[in-house]
Ligand binder design. Structure first.
Ligand code: SF4
Ligand code: SF4
Length: 205
């Protein structure tokens, strides 16, 4: 019986493999470097992320969550959590990131093995701005800064935005206390959540 001759393409591949070596990597003996276009797990960039939660809203599998820790008269923070065992690497978080798609980005990190599933997450922290009347959450400080930069001089139409900026620049004292407590009118020039802004605007005399 006559053996079938190898196809030309297979012959070329065999010659290439003889010259270049095998296509497969020697992992785990040698570290494996993924292809530059490999879609690996997303990574947060704590410098660029503004803590807006858009990525959490668009994630189709709930691989992103957040936790807010409120400390009155201390540093309140938002923790962004990415669950690496739930992520499907779809890239929706990166595509919808308001920080020019830099707050979270797909990486070529493919190594996802772990012994304890409870440890399969990564986090970053962002400082929160609290309402100076009710103590509720306004937004992350970096998010307020991001809005100010987007709208430019219109920032001066919102005391919350311009006071945030002035405090960041050190122009306004953090501990400045309004001289008339519960007057209402003086509360207007404070960093406020949407509800308190509405109340001081609609009801203060
Ligand atoms: S890549 Fe997709 S699944 Fe993973 S965190 Fe981003 S949006 Fe969620
Ligand atoms: S800035 Fe980007 S990465 Fe950060 S919370 Fe918003 S959407 Fe997510």
């Amino acid at each position: 019986m006559k053996l079938p001759l190898p196809k030309i393409r297979e012959l070329i591949e065999a010659i290439k493999a003889l010259i270049k070596g095998p296509y497969t990597s020697k992992f785990p003996k040698e570290p494996h470097v993924a292809h530059r276009n490999f879609r690996g797990q997303p990574k947060y960039n704590a410098e660029k992320c503004v803590g807006c939660l858009a990525c959490e809203m668009v994630c189709p599998v709930g691989a992103i969550a957040h936790r807010d820790d409120i400390v009155q008269n201390g540093m309140s923070k938002r923790t962004m959590i990415h669950y690496t065992d739930t992520c499907i690497f779809c890239g929706e978080c990166e595509a919808n990131c308001i920080a020019d798609r830099e707050g979270i980005k797909l990486s070529n990190d493919w190594e996802l093995s772990f012994f304890d599933r409870k440890q399969a997450f990564e986090t970053i922290e962002k400082e929160l701005q609290l309402c100076e009347v009710c103590g509720g959450i306004v937004a992350c400080k970096d998010h307020l800064k991001w809005v100010s930069e987007k709208i430019g001089e219109l920032t001066y139409s919102s005391p919350t935005l311009y006071l945030s900026r002035l405090r960041e620049l050190g122009v306004v004292d953090e501990n400045l206390v309004a001289p008339f407590k519960d007057c209402g009118r003086s509360d207007r020039v404070k960093i406020l959540c949407a509800q308190c802004r509405r109340q001081t605007t609609m009801t203060a005399q």
